[in-house]
Ligand binder design. Structure first.
Ligand code: DAS
Length: 359
């Protein structure tokens, strides 16, 4: 009986597959969204020595055409073509790389023959790139950033499904107008809110305010919308930005050395992000140093080394009196990105604070 049942089941499955293949084929190429995959490197393009190497591998090895060829099912959901923009691990990104990538994205989105963009990217600084593009790409077409926590050579590699999901989201009309998105581990996150919060799990990326939605078996499911300004609603335009002011982060802890703050000033930075303990706290022996740097023109932005929550203005420090800025709920690395973008427009701390509230 079991044998007969399983034969029947296999026959039925074959019929269903044949029928769905016919349905998919019936969808003419013209009906499929046109998605460009911009490859920058990272683990999603990584390769390890054996299938057991899920965390030991070399990033940025596999070229974009092989990434796309590795997931033939992409052709079922979109017309896909690839461009190799960089081939680097994302900890090696620089401001120049961010500007180059942003300008390429902006140019491609203006092309009526492009419906959406996927960016394959290392996971280490993926959140900085997604936030940066969210701030400066003035277009509401979907831009979806994707990475992987395991190389494609590993058992249970996550890159294939992450890439498939990212292309589905980039081709989805419902993804338009939601800002730059990050598709990781079946979830769709706002490029503003998401952060890498675990360094060796496939569930590494979370947003303290939650994902916007999910993508499952080729469909997107949406549950909330971004609350802050982004993309087409932004006052910042990548096409008008040719350089980013230097901003550096000093990580708060006990027994701080004031030399760290002086080094940031000597580096030519225009702002310092103080990644303070707790609610963006500043050690009592460091307050005068930061006030002195502010009086010499350096912007002081209080963020927090604590992963969740947000820094309250005038709570731990009299920010109004000191002319300092608070980073709101942005972690230090995102506060650094927003400060650099904001400083392309203004050096007025009150204007900077408005920008930190709105973006
Ligand atoms: N080094 C990491 C990077 O390129 C690898 C990864 O996780 O993508 O960001």
């Amino acid at each position: 009986m079991f044998e007969l049942r399983s034969l029947f089941a296999r026959g039925a499955a074959a019929m269903v597959l044949a029928l769905s293949a016919t349905l998919v084929a019936a969808q003419s190429p013209a009906a499929k969204p046109r998605v460009v995959v911009l490859a920058t490197g990272g683990t999603i393009a990584g390769a390890g020595a054996s299938v057991a190497n899920s965390a030991t591998y070399q990033a940025a090895k596999v070229p974009v055409d092989k990434l796309i060829a590795g997931v033939p099912e992409l052709a079922d959901v979109a017309q896909v073509r690839g461009e190799q923009v960089f081939q680097i691990a994302s900890e090696s990104f620089t401001n120049d790389k961010l500007l180059q990538l942003g300008k390429r994205v902006s140019t491609l989105l203006k092309d009526p023959a492009v419906d959406g963009i996927v960016i394959t990217h290392g996971t280490d600084t993926l959140e900085e790139t997604s936030f940066f593009l969210n701030l400066v790409v003035q277009n509401d077409k979907p831009v979806v950033i994707v990475g992987s926590m395991r190389p494609g050579t590993s058992m249970s590699a996550d890159g294939m499904l992450n890439l498939y999901n990212a292309v589905v989201v980039a081709g989805s009309a419902q993804a338009r107008g939601k800002g730059v998105l990050v598709a990781m581990n079946d979830e769709i996150h706002s490029g503003r809110d998401v952060a890498k919060r675990v360094n060796i799990k496939t569930s590494a990326f979370t947003s303290q305010w939650g994902p916007l939605g999910m993508v499952v078996e080729g469909r997107t499911y949406w549950f909330r919308l971004p609350a802050k300004r982004h993309t087409a609603g932004s006052e910042f335009d990548i096409d008008k930005i040719d350089s980013l002011p230097e901003v550096q982060v000093v990580y708060g802890s006990g027994n701080m050395s004031l030399e760290l703050y002086d080094a940031v000033q000597r580096s030519g930075a225009k702002a310092i992000v103080h990644a303070g303990t707790g609610n963006g706290s500043v050690a009592n022996y460091a307050v005068d140093k930061l006030r002195s740097l502010r009086s010499q023109g350096l912007q002081v932005i209080r963020s927090s080394r604590v992963g969740d929550g947000f820094v309250l203005r005038n709570s731990e420090q009299p920010d109004d009196k000191y002319d300092w800025v608070v980073a709101h709920d942005l972690n230090p690395q995102k506060a650094k990105i927003l400060a650099a973008v904001a400083l392309t427009k203004t050096a007025d701390p009150k204007e900077l604070q408005r920008i930190f509230w709105e973006y």
